[in-house]
Design a protein around this ligand. Structure first.
Ligand SMILES: [Zn+2]
Ligand SMILES: [Zn+2]
Length: 296
């Protein structure tokens, strides 16, 4: 899986940073988390095709997270995107999206399914699950976790001892089903091993609430906003955002393995001030930048 940061600024785009948008690539499908202004151009620059988007997850309806949405949907519509596009977001987004689609004069051929979600597992297929949790921001806001399920892999050595060759029988075992082979039953455990899944959690924008820690529990990668340093903790509280230290505490308390800070404020010319503060609490922290790619 590949994770690409398309936008890492908060509030306004800057010369170097677009507004929040992150793309997760999983087996050819793109999952888009937030859709800040100019997201389409960021897609182009990152060499990613928006027509591969399968699902969009919106954290909340603030401009710096959704201003890229109308343009993106218009383009998908004009490119005859044939799938049903799933959009997930907090309560209220159905109306917002419908109003937004209504104010632009274009021939909408896009099939969209909007899911207003609140909490718990909001999506599942054979490969992965998506969880949501309510955060505390100025408007309804959600955190999301992408959880790749554990997978079975064939142990080729063990399989060849049993005389198995790549093909449908192996395929069945890999899916966890027993098979009949040369007169006896082979159980999946005899020829397979488990590859542990992965968990990636997205937390923006919010006050430091316990729900953020719960949803992030055991994440391989946690991505959070960090708008302020602790010096401006009061301001962070007033605007319902995290400080770098609070973000690091969420990473520590959730026992996440790695933290990336994004949604960075133009207020800090030198963003390493935020990084230094977080690293004191959680050393495995790094700063996001536009077009940064992470292999997971
Ligand atoms: Zn924001
Ligand atoms: Zn916001």
């Amino acid at each position: 899986m590949n994770l690409t940061f398309l936008g890492t600024s908060c509030m306004v785009p800057t010369k170097d940073r677009a507004q929040t948008a992150i793309v997760l690539e999983h087996k050819g499908e793109l999952l888009l988390f937030d859709s800040g202004e100019n997201v389409q151009r960021q897609f182009q620059l990152a060499d990613l095709k928006p027509t591969r988007i399968g699902k969009i997850f919106l954290t909340h309806w603030h401009g710096d997270h959704v201003l890229g949405l109308p343009g993106l949907l218009q383009t998908l519509s004009s490119q005859e995107y044939s799938d049903v596009l799933l959009i997930f977001g907090p309560p209220g987004i159905k109306e917002k999206i419908n109003v937004m689609m209504g104010v632009f004069d274009f021939d909408n051929r896009l099939k969209i399914e909007i899911h207003e979600v609140k909490n718990g597992r909001i999506y599942e297929n054979s490969e992965y699950e998506i969880y949501a949790a309510p955060l505390k921001h100025r408007v309804p806001c959600l955190a999301y976790s992408f959880v790749l399920k554990d997978r079975l892999r064939i142990d080729l050595k063990k399989a060849s001892i049993l005389g198995l060759k790549p093909g449908p029988v192996m395929g069945k075992l890999q899916k966890g089903h027993p098979v009949k082979f040369k007169g006896r039953e082979i159980k999946p455990e005899e020829t397979t091993y488990v590859v542990k899944g992965k968990k990636i959690t997205f937390v923006f924008d919010t006050l430091p609430v316990k729900e953020a820690i719960s949803i992030a529990k055991g994440s391989d990668l946690l991505i959070t906003e960090a708008v302020y340093t602790s010096e401006l903790e009061e301001k962070a509280h007033e605007h319902k955002h995290l400080t770098a230290k609070q973000a690091a505490l969420i990473a520590k308390e959730s026992k996440s393995k790695q933290l990336i800070l994004t949604h960075l404020s133009p207020r800090y010319k030198d963003k390493t001030t935020l990084l230094k503060e977080a690293k004191i609490v959680f050393p495995k922290t790094q700063l996001a930048k536009d077009f940064m790619k992470i292999k997971i």
